[in-house]
Ligand binder design. Structure first.
Ligand SMILES: Nc1ncnc2c1ncn2[C@@H]1O[C@H](COP(=O)(O)OP(=O)(O)O)[C@@H](O)[C@H]1O
Ligand SMILES: [Mg+2]
Length: 258
């Protein structure tokens, strides 16, 4: 991470798929060190927003900037390298990878020495590997998995595996963390645990979090700011309390199961 934390500015982003406008000139700003939730009924454009921010979809028009750095149109790995990390639900892991090995995958972009030096057993590579291992241990402790480092990640309960994914993204030392429905499918205990970790990421690490989330309880408890989408348009924005009482938001949610 370099310099002061930067705001993530989404400006007039439009995404069209053959005949369908999934996002229509959407703008919002994720302030440094805040949790910013993007909510809305099914089909509102939440996942599309997530995919534009992470570079999986290319905006038809508009821009996304981190501080003064233009992210629009960059490939996902470039966006990640510039400090906007996401969680991956289905990143292929060796079937028996431990938690430590899974987290280390997040360090790869930061590994300068690379395979050649490591293969030659150069001292610099050994030193660098040790620093990465130390940092992995630190981050595991931060997310409450310090005791699970040597366990195969795949044998852990679902909610814990999701924390490993979150930890792997943190291992990239991001300025902004993108989470797409991080508590979906979890028990209420797991939800509370993940919500607490997300709050710690913001409060303890100063990382901004963009939270695309269906669970209103989690959004209301965690978010500093909320952007509400409906049919691809931004219909409201503000604090959780402000959007909760916004007539346009109430109307958008009426008659939906969201
Ligand atoms: N790759 C795609 N191709 C075509 N249409 C898409 C694609 N992704 C999303 N959409 C459409 O864009 C709209 C917004 O979808 P999405 O962003 O997934 O909504 P949400 O996540 O809020 O439920 C929906 O009408 C959806 O069908
Ligand atoms: Mg979605």
């Amino acid at each position: 991470m370099t310099g002061a934390p930067a705001a993530l500015a989404v400006r007039d982003v439009t995404v069209r798929f053959a005949g369908l406008t999934a996002l229509d000139a959407v703008s919002f700003t994720v302030e440094p060190g805040s949790v910013h939730a993007v909510i809305g009924p099914n089909g509102a454009g939440k996942s599309t927003t997530f995919n534009v921010l992470s570079g999986v979809y290319r905006a038809t028009s508009g821009s996304v900037r981190l501080g003064t750095t233009e992210l629009t149109g960059l490939a996902p790995h470039r966006i990640a390298a510039l400090g906007v990390a996401r969680t991956f639900q289905n990143l292929a892991l060796p079937p028996h990878a431990t938690v430590a090995e899974s987290l280390m995958l997040g360090r790869h972009r930061l590994t300068r020495a690379g395979f050649v030096a490591a293969g030659l057993r150069l001292p610099s590579a050994a030193r660098e590997a040790r620093l990465h291992r130390d940092r992995v241990r630190e981050i595991a402790g931060f997310i409450g998995l310090g005791e699970e480092l040597e366990k195969p990640a795949g044998t852990l309960p679902y909610g814990t595996q999701k924390l490993v994914e979150l930890g792997r993204a943190l291992c990239m030392e991001p300025q902004v963390l993108l989470l797409d429905e991080p508590v979906a499918g979890m028990t209420s205990d797991e939800r509370r645990r993940v919500a607490a970790v997300v709050a710690d990421v913001r409060d303890g690490l100063g990382i901004s979090v963009v939270l695309v989330e269906h669970d209103m309880g989690v959004v209301m408890r965690l978010a500093d700011a909320v952007t509400v989408l409906d049919f691809g348009r931004r219909i409201a924005g503000g604090t959780p309390a402000e959007v909760q009482n916004d007539p346009a938001v109430v109307q958008a949610y009426l008659g939906t199961d969201a």
